[in-house]
Write a protein that binds this ligand. Structure first.
Ligand code: ADP
Ligand code: MG
Length: 247
């Protein structure tokens, strides 16, 4: 069953058509990897799903509710409700430097959901344990490695109990030796069957963990299929050329 339906989504920046007419569905519990060259619109597509970018046309439906339908956005209250079902992890972590790790995790659930200090405290310790950072609750982000920061960012996203997790190149800013620990956490989340859309340059991860791979270029989805098909037998010349460059 589709949990996200994207239909003919369009986005322009000035004269530049960044998303030309993107359509795809994501099923509940599915892990979808999005690959493609830099500048192809992957981040814009992801950001449009959580209303960090406003589309110029098309529809995004989450569950049975439209974020935007034929270019017309729902009310701000509805947008808030719909986007709160999704959590996003960015390339550059976006942690608050003046808050401890635990403080970073606790801020949104307290502020947005009005959760009690006791509840958020318990939950933050559980989630830090889940990403292997129990011992870092009281330190500040500046004392962490990039891999640790990104694991904190993932735990922070999980604090809001999202049904869908969106990742925008979560390991691209990391030194190569730190990508593994982050991918490991993501793999475990995938095994728990949380719905995920992962924009990534990690072809090994896409191949091993994703149920489906979308290849984007120039604001379009050129091809979509099972990882074995995309990597083993790409149908389009552009997919083939891209994979030859990156693999
Ligand atoms: P990707 O994530 O695949 O690298 P992006 O979605 O970041 O691609 O960008 C797609 C295109 O849109 C690029 O040409 C980029 O320069 C342009 N773009 C992205 N954000 C903006 C913006 N806020 N203003 C103008 N152009 C933008
Ligand atoms: Mg990007």
């Amino acid at each position: 069953m589709a949990i996200i339906e994207v239909n003919q989504l369009k986005k322009v920046f000035g004269q530049l058509e960044v998303l030309k007419s993107i359509s795809f569905n994501v099923n509940s519990s599915e892990v979808v990897a999005v690959i493609g060259p830099s500048g192809s619109g992957k981040s814009t597509m992801l950001r449009s799903l959580v209303h960090l970018e406003e589309a110029n046309g098309g529809s995004v439906k989450v569950g049975d509710r439209y974020l935007v339908k034929d270019g017309v956005y729902s009310s701000s209250q509805q947008i808030k409700e719909i986007t709160s079902r999704m959590g996003m992890v960015f390339q550059h972590f976006n942690l608050f430097p003046h808050l401890t790790v635990k403080g970073n995790l606790e801020l949104s659930p307290k502020l947005v959901k009005g959760m009690s200090s006791v509840d958020v405290s318990k939950m933050s310790l559980e989630l830090l344990d889940k990403v292997g950072l129990s011992d870092k609750a009281d330190v500040y982000p500046s004392s962490l490695s990039g891999g640790q920061k990104q694991r904190v960012a993932i735990a922070r996203a999980l604090m809001m109990n999202p049904e869908i997790l969106l990742f925008d190149e979560p390991t691209s800013a990391l030194d190569p030796e730190l990508t593994g620990e982050v991918l490991q956490v993501m793999k475990r989340l995938a095994e728990e069957r949380i719905t995920m859309i992962v924009v990534t340059h990690e072809m090994g991860f896409a191949r091993e963990v994703a149920d489906r791979v979308l290849f984007m270029a120039d604001g379009e989805i050129i091809e979509s299929g099972a990882p074995e098909q995309i990597f083993g037998n790409p149908r389009h010349e552009r997919t083939r050329a891209f994979l030859t460059r990156v693999l």
